[in-house]
Design a binder for this molecule. Sequence first.
Ligand code: FAD
Length: 457
Amino acid sequence: MAEVAIIGGGITGLTAAYRLHGRGIGVTVFDGGKEAGGVVRTTFRNGFLAEHGPNSILVTSPLIPALIRDAGLDARVVSPGTSGKNRFIVRSGRPICLPLTPPQFVTTPLFSPWAKLRLIAEPFIRRAPADMEESLSGFVLRRLGREFLDYAINPFVAGVYAGDPDLLSVRHSFPKLHALEQKYGSLIGGQIRGKKERETREDVGKNEAGMVSFDAGLQVLTDTLAASLGDRVKLLTPVGRVSRAGGGWGVDADGTPGDTVFDAVLFAGSAHSLARMGSPGEGPSPEPLGEIHYPPVSSLALGFRRGDIAHPLDGFGILIPEVEPFAILGVLFSSSLFPGRAPADHVTLTCFLGGTRRPETATGETGELVETAMRDLRRLVGLTGEPVFVHRSFYEKAIPQYNVGYGKYLRIMDEIEGANPGYFLAGNFRNGISLGNSIVAGDEVATRIAAWLRKGG
Ligand SMILES: Cc1cc2nc3c(=O)[nH]c(=O)nc-3n(C[C@H](O)[C@H](O)[C@H](O)COP(=O)(O)OP(=O)(O)OC[C@H]3O[C@@H](n4cnc5c(N)ncnc54)[C@H](O)[C@@H]3O)c2cc1C
């Protein structure tokens, strides 16, 4: 039986391992952490559920429900109710519901009449040259204007990437947006025509995609995948090096060269870890990948008595534009979004701090962070009481930023793979940063590895 080493037991590595194992291929997953799942982790205490990292999966590809179904988890999926679609954005210190329909757009106070009129010009703005590297802000300013950058894109990017639109590359961080302009010459026109094309492909656009989690949190998925692999998942086993050995690949795990010769290796860790491991043999050095910026993020799950919050919490949460005077990046209404996140008559709110915008706010003592978040929550949701539950998680290197110039790093990854047949790379540093991207990446790389092994390596 062919044997594949998988370095990294986050959602990418676990999905790949699960899919390879399902095809009768031997897998060994090495992870340096004490639990499988990477940044996916859930804590349940005193009736409150805290997600340490991600909170939900956006179902943007049929490969995502297929994995959930095959893992036997259909009955454990939870989805937001209709009010979960409401997203609030702060303007002049007040959360305003993001308009979801054309009539709501016309009347919303989120954008000025001038900003709304400016949209009429969008289809007539010329597309940028195909090879131009442009920041997300440059792109949005050019096509949609300042207010859309400040009050739609900036808060959205803080919520997704914990990133800065002045630095992120539109081509690499929002490839679909970039492609809309390139293909249709207009975001508005492309949105309408693209919807029809996606329907034929069975793909789902972000605006229409459903959002899911599990009854006991996202860790249900990673735990289930890891459990199905049993002792093929080796925890507390960091890999220091991968090199050619005996006609295959040797893996130096936890400081000791292993005896097993693997037919293929999948690296599904992080860019900085890949840079540290050095070259697997041929091709360029992965060292420059250590330059990829991952800002720090703290996630603060806070439980309150329902009566201590004036806001109806009828939505997904509140995103905060950088131009507004708040310290947090945003707050999720976790217990409105999914059931089972707080005891009766209580709510859970999850605040995010740090990111590229304000890295220093991620790193303080938990007490300071709670104070900072409470100050903002008093103004945003009319909080009056004290938290009855606090859970803080901290990621020193949270999410890779696909900044302008990211193509250089992607080329190095392509060249490393090309020069080392049997050595594969996948994960949020290469294939997109969402959980959905990572599941698709894990599934697709498993297909590539299986095809390569079938050809005889
Ligand atoms: C705070 C936060 C909130 C987020 N919110 C959302 C959200 O709501 N929705 C969403 O879609 N996405 C969200 N994301 C993004 C998403 O969760 C991640 O991009 C995705 O989970 C990455 O999965 P991965 O398997 O590629 O990487 P990781 O989860 O980082 O896993 C990589 C694993 O590799 C291991 N590893 C690395 N190097 C080695 C080595 N040399 N040897 C052994 N093991 C190694 C690490 O220990 C780790 O377990 C969020 C991310 C963060 C940090």
